[in-house]
Design a protein around this ligand. Structure first.
Ligand code: SAH
Ligand code: SF4
Length: 363
């Protein structure tokens, strides 16, 4: 149900303090409220033991505290929890909680669908439906916090690697990452925006947030990258490199590139050489991700030996190149692929069809 109230999940500490002042509350009250939400990640006034009843009533009537409805929850035996959340109009949003020994990462979605139409990506095959609001992005964060809290843990890392292209929903993503960092105190190094490379946005990113950046490269040769990622036609590698060098000079940070290894596509020695040529001038790390197969996608994963040879070529030239296997594979594949799978089945349903009207992907 669409609420006109401001979502508590997207409320900043400053806004909560201003609300508190407007209600005529003492200063220490704002500090208590901020502690409940931003330190303890408590999203129910009932649990706020030191807050008077009237204040709780005001909080409940002035803010929207409703978590999104969980349509499905899948537990993988490697510690991943995949959540499929229902948003307005029945649109589905995917979030994945990834538990590691010393940290918990949350993979969030920034859009329903995506305009970029990458040929290896299930979300890309869906097309674009809409941007998520900052409240919807932050609701994924708050919900995940409430799930891991009973385990005595908090979400410490967030990656924008679910559905959607975060830089195509720039303002809402910037607002969300900044709230995670400035409000919830996450280390900027642990909040990562992953992008297919929207050049004009990359030019302003360093001014707008301290969050980290990962760039989905997947090929370092113009025509191959255009084949895999049509956005390369609009923002070719040459312009992308220029924008990223500007970003690196501004932030002083090492760049992270993502490179999906696809059998017989981008894993030859020729492509490895192109990658090294592209990396020249960057301090960079390359995450190598063996392609995750899904019905409807025509590609395959390379042989293990090909993966090792490619990795060795890159790391021998002093660029760290870890191979990253997606967690939670047995339940439904990589981030972004659970919702895509379910949206496909919903889209086919005549009763839900209207909600999934698909505009032509374009930028
Ligand atoms: N749109 C952004 C973020 C979402 S995609 C981007 O493209 O960076 C998040 C990650 O999932 C990307 O690195 C993408 O390349 C990867 N991905 C998509 N489909 C995949 C597949 N079939 N196998 C492995 N990784 C995949
Ligand atoms: Fe969009 Fe990223 Fe998938 Fe490409 S890989 S279609 S940019 S979500």
């Amino acid at each position: 149900m669409l609420s006109l109230k401001k979502s508590i999940f997207e409320t900043t500490p400053e806004e909560l303090s201003a609300w508190s002042t407007a209600k005529g509350l003492a200063k220490f009250r704002a500090a208590q409220l901020n502690q409940w939400i931003f330190t303890n990640k408590v999203y129910s006034t009932e649990e706020m033991s030191n807050i008077p009843k009237e204040v709780k009533q005001d909080l409940n009537s002035d803010f929207d505290w409703q978590f999104p409805e969980i349509t499905s929850r899948l537990e993988a035996n490697d510690g991943a929890t995949k959540l499929l959340l229902k948003s307005e109009k029945g649109h589905l949003i995917e979030s994945v909680i990834l538990r590691y020994e010393n940290r918990i990462s949350l993979c969030v979605s920034s859009q329903v669908g995506c305009k970029m139409a990458c040929s290896f990506c299930q979300t890309g095959k869906l097309g674009f439906f809409r941007n998520l609001s900052a409240a919807e992005i932050m609701a994924q964060f708050a919900l995940a916090q409430s799930i891991v809290k009973p385990e005595g843990r908090f979400v410490t890392h967030v990656v924008f690697m679910g559905m959607g292209e975060p830089l195509d929903n720039y303002d809402n993503v910037i607002k969300s990452v900044n709230l995670m960092i400035d409000g919830y105190g996450l280390n900027p190094k642990n909040v990562t925006i992953s992008t297919s490379g929207i050049v004009p946005k990359l030019l302003t990113l360093a001014d707008d947030t301290k969050a980290s950046l990962a760039v989905s490269l997947h090929a370092a040769r113009e025509d191959l990258r255009t084949e895999l990622m049509p956005i390369n036609r609009k923002y070719p590698l040459s312009e992308l490199k220029e924008a990223l060098l500007h970003y690196q000079a501004k932030t002083g940070r090492r760049m992270t590139f993502e490179y999906i290894l696809i059998k017989d596509k981008n894993t030859s020695l020729k492509e490895a050489k192109e990658l090294i040529k592209f990396l020249h001038g960057f301090r960079a790390k390359v995450n190598l991700i063996p392609f995750n197969h899904h019905p409807g996608l025509e590609y395959d994963k390379p042989f293990e030996e090909t993966i090792r040879t490619f990795q060795k070529y890159i790391s021998d030239r002093s660029y760290p190149a870890p191979v990253r296997y997606s967690k939670g594979l047995e339940v439904s594949g990589a981030c972004g692929q659970l919702a895509a799978k379910n949206m496909d089945s919903l889209e086919a349903s005549p009763t839900r069809g209207a909600a999934y009207e698909r505009p032509t992907p374009s930028l």
